[in-house]
Design a protein around this ligand. Sequence first.
Ligand SMILES: [Zn+2]
Length: 281
Amino acid sequence: MTQAPADAEARRAVEPVICYPNETLPVPDMALYRDALAQAELVETVVAAPREACAFRVPAGGFFRIRSVEAPQVGDLNLWNANDLSERFYSGKTRALHGAHLTTGERMWSSFPHLRPMATIVEDSLDWYGIDAFGGSVHDVIGTRCDPHTHHLLSGGQYHHCCHSNLTRALADATGLSAEAAAREVHDVLNVFMCTGFTRDTGQYFMKASPVRPGDHLTFFAEIDLLGALSACPGGDCSSEHSSDAARCAPLEVDILSVPQEMLKGWQPPARNGYDGSHGM
Ligand SMILES: [Zn+2]
């Protein structure tokens, strides 16, 4: 190992600065969303069966609510613009803007060149959890999604019920895409209800038993027309392992809710990002 310089401690003691101060982000009108949600009516409920995924559509101005039922269970969420699959959730930039874990008032942002809010979290029944003594918290945008490629790399074998494959099948069913084409559209997720962090000593990504219990929920306002897919992860509550049939798994339910559009006066879907796209050419 390299010999530490004489001023090593002084260098380590430098205070961090926030990469993306977010005071200038557009502020969602949470009072408007809360009032609208209070008037919302259930349109349908779709179910992600254990170790499977479901797809659902939510028009702009509607809500969707992911609910824990039966037993603790984490879910992997993908979002696309329902009219243009090339606009999809951008986990990495959402993490840069809001932090490693999302909660009420924070947003799922879309990929370049669009970079606009796709959905805003309006209710989080696990918002009491905060950050635990291990540095863990819920609803992360750190992890990617369990997938059969990494599983094969680390353990060999062919496992078909990782979230990546579940989301692939759900998207293929919803759109008519082939499995190969659908797999290319699946992207890094919001890990709904999952409790994760990085170990302090080695900086490794960790998971621990989710604090979610039946009745817990996470509710989103759809800022644009959305196609979503939610996988009930084969890891169950992610207390031990994923990418296998070993863990106890439960379904997750997704309620689609609509509100009278007069409840949303003053609101309109966010415009695509205003950068001119010339890249200096
Ligand atoms: Zn998974």
